[in-house]
Design a protein around this ligand. Structure first.
Ligand SMILES: Nc1ncnc2c1ncn2[C@@H]1O[C@H](COP(=O)(O)OP(=O)(O)OP(=O)(O)O)[C@@H](O)[C@H]1O
Length: 237
């Protein structure tokens, strides 16, 4: 894909794929084009050139909702839950949106509680979403994304605002989801998390993919080391 904003080329011919049952990381310095790639994949941004293929179909012209109905779920860097609703109601709304009329024949409350259980925040079900700690709010975002029964889960900075223990738990949860067959693509600055849970990494720099491979291979990659030097040395430490 290529994405240009006026004179700025945010994504410059980046091509990559994400496999089922795998956690893939999209990493790179600030402004490298990661969020723009995400927006193109999820349908928020039209590419200037290029296509998005999902489950053997070209979805480039589909809306965000159309892609969600086909099984593409996403979370945002900024928390997006409805603050005045309870944690449970937030998940029920996400289920309703995804199910449409089909929702009339399902038990939204029971299914919402099952999703809250799955991500480990069932005890917060009755709390207002804007009153829960950041770690819980991140997990609520994940539960809302899971409401569309995603085959592909796009996570934008999922660990931001989490402490070390919460990040570890979050990583284990992602591994469980991937083991159940979900393809996960995440943009993440926490290199410990990325290196621990991803099987495949793509490194973006100035909109281009400069390296792809396993975390171990990426650590050793000279181009990556050079691109990151001056940004963050610990990335390749
Ligand atoms: N809507 C927009 N209009 C103009 N330029 C934009 C727009 N969105 C992004 N850009 C530019 O495109 C480039 C890539 O931005 P993008 O947000 O995709 O990078 P990123 O890798 O996600 O960065 P970060 O890690 O800081 O979130 C940057 O130079 C940014 O300023």
């Amino acid at each position: 894909m290529v994405v240009q904003f006026g004179g700025v080329t945010a994504v410059d011919d980046a091509t990559f794929s994400v496999e089922p049952a795998t956690i893939t990381g999209l990493i790179g310095p600030n402004g490298a084009g990661k969020t723009t790639c995400f927006n193109v994949i999820s349908g928020l941004q039209r590419p200037t050139k290029g296509r998005v293929r999902f489950r053997d179909q070209d979805v480039t012209s589909l809306s965000v909702d159309g892609r969600a109905r086909r099984g593409m779920g996403r979370t945002f860097q900024r928390l997006e839950a409805f603050g005045s609703l309870s944690v449970r109601d937030n998940v029920m709304v996400a289920l309703d949106i995804n199910r449409g009329l089909r929702g009339l024949f399902t038990n939204g409350r029971k299914d919402a509680d099952a999703l809250l259980e799955r991500v480990g925040i069932a005890s917060y079900a009755e709390e207002r979403a804007d009153s829960v700690p950041t770690g819980t709010a991140r997990l609520l975002e994940l539960a809302r994304a899971l409401a569309c029964e995603p085959r592909l889960l796009l996570l934008d900075e999922p660990s931001s605002g989490l402490d070390e223990a919460e990040t570890d738990d979050f990583g284990s949860l992602l591994q469980e989801l991937a083991a159940s067959g979900v393809a996960i693509l995440m943009v993440e600055h926490d290199m410990d998390l990325v290196m621990a849970v991803c099987q495949e990494l793509h490194v973006l720099d100035f909109g281009r993919i400069i390296a792809s491979g396993t975390p171990a291979a990426i650590r050793q990659d000279r181009t990556v080391q050079e691109a990151y030097l001056g940004y963050s040395e610990e990335v390749v430490a």
